[in-house]
Design a binder for this molecule. Structure first.
Ligand code: G3P
Ligand code: CA
Length: 242
């Protein structure tokens, strides 16, 4: 049995169906019934925490260059929707502040610390606290350094380490850092691994769920949750097997 209620997490929103990390993708995730949303944060050149996956704006906007070279005003002037479809023309790059105001509560937000700009971690934590959103936020990262910085700054927030391999050192380090979650790539999960991690007191939350077969396998392995671009399929599968 899962140790926590299963987390069906819309990855960058319902990003199979709407442009990732935009309000359209988050709104659609909520409409589909998801109550967990994953998003990625970086710092703008003038210190605002903004929501985008890549280090550069090129793939998901009509601009070019590193996110960290853009002011908030310049980022807000970008079109973050047309690359996905004409129906989304003019979608704006969200700020973390507005995402917290609008979605923390209706959803639990899994905020992935992405940027390499110093100051991202304290700025993110300050915004979460200012919004009164701490009960509705989990911080995640692939970066050991960012999690090491975040853990002592925000003992109240659950945190998870995104990893591409799970070995004994990974587990020991996750526990040493005081993280609640270990987040392996989904194709690493087996029932035995999940059971072992549960036995060590960790919540097991998968990422990298590329298709429905892997989604089903991760559920059956006993994962406590996963990010998916297609939350509708995951919610349907969970409802069927309930
Ligand atoms: O669930 C975490 C997942 O988002 C990590 O991969 O590259 O999509 O940020 P990425
Ligand atoms: Ca992410």
């Amino acid at each position: 049995m899962p140790r926590v209620p299963f987390m069906a997490i819309a990855h960058r929103g319902a990003s199979s169906y709407a442009p990732e990390n935009t309000r359209a993708a988050y709104d659609l995730a909520l409409e589909m019934g998801a109550r967990h949303i994953e998003l990625d944060v970086h710092l703008s050149s003038d210190g605002e925490v903004i929501v985008m996956h890549d280090d550069r704006v090129d793939r998901t906007t009509n601009g070019k260059g590193p996110v960290a070279d853009f002011t908030l005003e310049a980022l807000r002037a970008l079109d973050a929707g047309s690359w996905f479809g004409a129906a989304y023309a003019g979608a704006q790059v969200p700020t973390l502040r507005e995402v917290l105001e609008r979605y923390a509560g209706p959803a639990h937000l899994h905020i992935e610390l992405k940027g390499r700009t110093p100051g991202l971690v304290p700025a993110t934590i300050a915004l979460v606290r200012a919004a009164g959103a701490s009960p509705h936020v989990t911080l995640t990262s692939f970066s050991h350094d960012l999690l090491s910085e975040a853990r002592p700054l925000a003992p109240e927030l659950p945190m998870g380490w995104l990893v591409s391999q799970v070995d004994p050192e990974t587990v020991t380090e996750t526990l040493r850092l005081g993280l609640e979650q270990l987040c392996p790539r989904a194709d690493l999960l087996t029932p035995a691994l999940v059971e072992e991690l549960h036995g060590r007191g960790l919540i097991v939350r998968a990422w990298g769920v590329s298709d429905a077969a892997l989604m089903r396998a991760a559920v059956e392995a006993g994962a406590d949750g996963m990010t998916v671009n297609f939350p509708d399929l995951l919610l349907d599968y969970l409802a069927q097997r309930a």
